[in-house]
Design a protein around this ligand. Structure first.
Ligand SMILES: [Zn+2]
Length: 278
C-alpha cells in the first residue's frame, strides 16, 4: 500500500514535469495522454515525440552518449534518467510465432536471471527487426547467444535477437521495422530452436512482455514508461562478497535482498551467482 502510494506520487511528479516540458516546447499540439495502467496517466515529453527528428544514423542519441560496437551491455558510466517513455509506434513483431517457451525473470533456484523471453521458432524461420534502427552488434558467442544481433532504436530501446542460424545484417547497417534480419536457429547455449529476444535500455533489461504480446501478436501498449525507481536490478556475486557487502554496494538492505531472493540471512552465496538486489 505504502509502496503503491509512493509510485503514484512519482508518476504525478513525472506527469507534472513532462507536462511542463511539452507546454514550453509547443502550444498548438495537445499533449498526448498515455495509458500506463487504467489508474495512471503520464504525458509525452515533446522532445520524445516519435514524429520529430528521427536520426537513424545515431539513434536515441539523447540517451546514449556514443555509438560503439564494442560491448553488448556496458553503460557503466552513463546515468540512467529517472524515467524514459518508450514509444511502440511503428513496431513489428520479431516473429509470427505465438508460443513462449520461457519467460523473462529471475530463477532463484539456479541463481540465474533470464534477461529475455524465449519464443519457439523453427530453424530458418524469418526473424524481423522490431523497430527502425541501426545494427550495433552482429556477432557469434559460442557459449551464450550463439549468432546474435543487437539493434538500437530511436525510441531508446536496444533489442537483442539470439540463437540465430544465420544473420542477414551487419554492424552499422540501418534497418527498418519488419526487415528480415536473421533466421531462427539453435546456436549458442540453446536446447531446441528458439528466438531469445531481449529489450534493454542503457543495458538494463526490461521484460519484453511489458511491450510485446507474442501470443496475441500485438503491442501491449502505445507507450511503456520505464522507471529507474521501480526497475529490477541484478548483481553477480564476486569473490569476497557477503550479503551485507552486496547490500552496501547496491544501496539496499540485507533484509530486502533476502526477501527478493527468498533466502535467509545465513544463506550460502556462491561466486558467479546472480541475486536480485532491487
Ligand atoms: Zn532465452
Amino acid at each position: 500500500m505504502y509502496k503503491k502510494l509512493i509510485r503514484r506520487l512519482l508518476i504525478t511528479i513525472v506527469t507534472f514535469a513532462c507536462a511542463t516540458v511539452s507546454g514550453m516546447a509547443q502550444d498548438a499540439i495537445p499533449a498526448r495522454v498515455i495509458p500506463v495502467t487504467p489508474m495512471e496517466r503520464v504525458f509525452m515529453p515533446a522532445h520524445l515525440n516519435p514524429g520529430l527528428a528521427v536520426d537513424l544514423d545515431n539513434p536515441a542519441s539523447y540517451l546514449y552518449p556514443e555509438w560503439s560496437n564494442a560491448y553488448v551491455h556496458k553503460f557503466d558510466d552513463v546515468e540512467l534518467p529517472d524515467s524514459v517513455i518508450i514509444s511502440m509506434k511503428g513496431y513489428v513483431m520479431p516473429t509470427d510465432s505465438t508460443r513462449i517457451t520461457d519467460k523473462f525473470g529471475y530463477r532463484p533456484r539456479r541463481g540465474r536471471a533470464h534477461m529475455g523471453i524465449d519464443i519457439k521458432v523453427r530453424t530458418g524461420d524469418t526473424i524481423r527487426a522490431a523497430f527502425d534502427g541501426k545494427v550495433r552488434i552482429s556477432r557469434y558467442e559460442r557459449r551464450g547467444y550463439g549468432h546474435y544481433l543487437v539493434i538500437r532504436h530511436p525510441n531508446g530501446l536496444e533489442t537483442v535477437y539470439g540463437h540465430l542460424s544465420k544473420k542477414l545484417v551487419g554492424e552499422n547497417d540501418i534497418v527498418h521495422a519488419g526487415d528480415p534480419i536473421g533466421l531462427g536457429g539453435n546456436t549458442g547455449r540453446s536446447t531446441g530452436s528458439h528466438l531469445h529476444f531481449e529489450t534493454r535500455i542503457l543495458g538494463n533489461a526490461i521484460n519484453p512482455a511489458f511491450m510485446f504480446d507474442f501470443p496475441k501478436q500485438t503491442a501491449v501498449t502505445d507507450y511503456y514508461v520505464y522507471s529507474k525507481n521501480t526497475r529490477e536490478v541484478y548483481y553477480k556475486v564476486k569473490s569476497g562478497d557477503t550479503l551485507s557487502r552486496i547490500a552496501i554496494k547496491n544501496e539496499t538492505s540485507v533484509a530486502n535482498i533476502c526477501k527478493l531472493n527468498g533466502i535467509s540471512r545465513n544463506a550460502i552465496i556462491k561466486v558467479g551467482q546472480t541475486l536480485r538486489v532491487n
